[in-house]
Design a protein around this ligand. Structure first.
Ligand SMILES: Nc1nc2c(ncn2[C@@H]2O[C@H](COP(=O)(O)OP(=O)(O)O)[C@@H](O)[C@H]2O)c(=O)[nH]1
Ligand SMILES: Nc1ncnc2c1ncn2[C@@H]1O[C@H](COP(=O)(O)OP(=O)(O)O)[C@@H](O)[C@H]1O
Length: 196
């Protein structure tokens, strides 16, 4: 599970991570009421839905978690996550802090990584540089970032996104060490000690 303020580089780092081919994660595509940005594709970047449709999904218990972020709903459809976990595969979520804390409460095995900017000025530069949001939206996202960074202490790991390749390497190390931790197999001690 990856969180971090808007513009820190979550999407960029996630894509670079998946391109290394060393991850056998399935990416959970979120649902949102936000309008698609230029180049975003429905069913690839997000499932873009109306507010009514989103609220219907909430009512029907079809969301693992959801949150309101700067005037829009964002959430994780439960079905895909359950199906993927049932197949024995790990799921990669890229979601904001309030949704992450809902997952924390429901999925004790999930690993929480917070991607941080080197500093807030750099965050603003990246948001402006991305060129996808109007200045008033950028300012709302920066304001939100301050509270989000405070939530970092509730995460298992913090990764600084100074250079994309460094951030990817750090996340790969986290994945490797977490996998070692959870796949450690207990030897068959009954067989080892026999009937004694
Ligand atoms: N809780 C929750 N947050 C999400 C989900 N999908 C995306 N987000 C977060 O919503 C925030 C806004 O996303 P977006 O508008 O795409 O902006 P961006 O992160 O700047 O590209 C980001 O912090 C995303 O990580 C989701 O399924 N659930
Ligand atoms: N390590 C980095 N150094 C410089 N620019 C970056 C870095 N990571 C991402 N960016 C740039 O910052 C902007 C925001 O990145 P993006 O992946 O869209 O962030 P997020 O998904 O967290 O909102 C993009 O223009 C991206 O190219």
């Amino acid at each position: 599970m990856l969180s971090g303020p808007s513009g820190v580089g979550k999407g960029t780092v996630r894509k670079a991570l998946f391109e290394t081919g060393n991850t056998d994660f399935s990416y959970s595509i979120s649902m949102t009421t936000r309008k698609p940005r230029k180049g975003e594709v429905n069913g690839v970047d997000y499932y873009f839905v109306s507010k009514e449709e989103f609220e219907e999904n909430i009512r029907n218990g079809e969301m693992l978690e959801y949150a309101k972020y700067v005037d829009n709903y964002y959430g994780t459809p439960l079905k895909y996550v359950n199906e993927t976990l049932d197949q024995g595969k790990d799921v990669f979520l890229e979601i904001e802090v309030n949704g992450a804390m809902q997952v924390r409460a429901n999925c004790p095995d999930a690993v929480f990584v917070f991607l941080t900017p080197p500093d807030l000025m750099e965050l603003k530069h990246r948001l402006i540089g991305r060129g996808t949001d109007a200045m008033d939206v950028i300012n709302k996202r920066i304001k939100k970032a301050v509270g989000e960074i405070r939530m970092m202490r509730n995460y298992d790991y913090a990764v600084v996104n100074d250079e994309v390749s460094n951030a990817v390497e750090r996340i790969q190390m986290i994945i490797r060490s977490e996998r070692l931790r959870v796949t450690r197999v207990m030897p068959d001690y009954e067989q080892m000690i026999g009937d004694e």
